[in-house]
Design a protein around this ligand. Structure first.
Ligand SMILES: [Zn+2]
Length: 167
């Protein structure tokens, strides 16, 4: 972070007890701690946990994971529940933390979880947020998911950890 988020003044590094060197605004007389957007990404599992849901969005051909930004005042778990209900029309259970990664182009900390859907029904998916959604077995999901994406990194991490597929 180079400029003050309140006044736009150039920030100076100033040492803060126990915290090291922190950007400081001399106009506002305030330290500005690092800031990133927060988003959740979800490996949504079928009730039998043998398939994963991938979606297509924004008229793109790439398959990705269900994901969305965390609203202010929301917990990560609440954001996951809301995104799933809004986009897929399904309730989720057994939410489990998997892995996080920083995505520089949008200054976003992506936090990936796994959860189990209450049904494989896709009858209630949002027509305006989702172009297509499909359940895939894990080996096929790995081939279909967007190459070189964080979504693929998260899926590979899940499979390595829990599925013991070789790739
Ligand atoms: Zn300032």
């Amino acid at each position: 972070m180079k400029y003050c988020m309140k006044c736009g003044n150039e920030l100076q590094k100033r040492s803060l007890k126990h915290e090291g060197s922190i950007p400081y605004c001399e106009e506002c007389c305030e330290y500005q701690f690092p800031y990133a957007n927060t988003a959740v990404s979800l490996i949504l599992l079928s009730p039998k946990q043998d398939q994963v849901l991938l979606i297509q969005q924004y008229q793109k051909k790439d398959y990705i994971l269900v994901a969305g930004y965390v609203n202010q005042t929301e917990s990560l778990e609440e954001a996951l529940q809301r995104e799933c209900l809004e986009e897929i029309g399904r309730e989720i259970t057994s939410i489990r933390y998997l892995k996080s990664a920083y995505y520089e182009p949008s200054n976003t900390l992506m936090c990936c979880f796994t959860a189990v859907a209450d049904s494989v029904s896709l009858a209630n998916i949002s027509a305006w947020e989702i172009d297509a959604a499909k359940w895939f077995p894990f080996d096929e999901a790995l081939r279909m998911i967007k190459p070189n994406s964080l979504a693929k990194l998260f899926l590979m991490s899940y499979i390595e950890k829990y599925k013991k597929l070789s790739f």
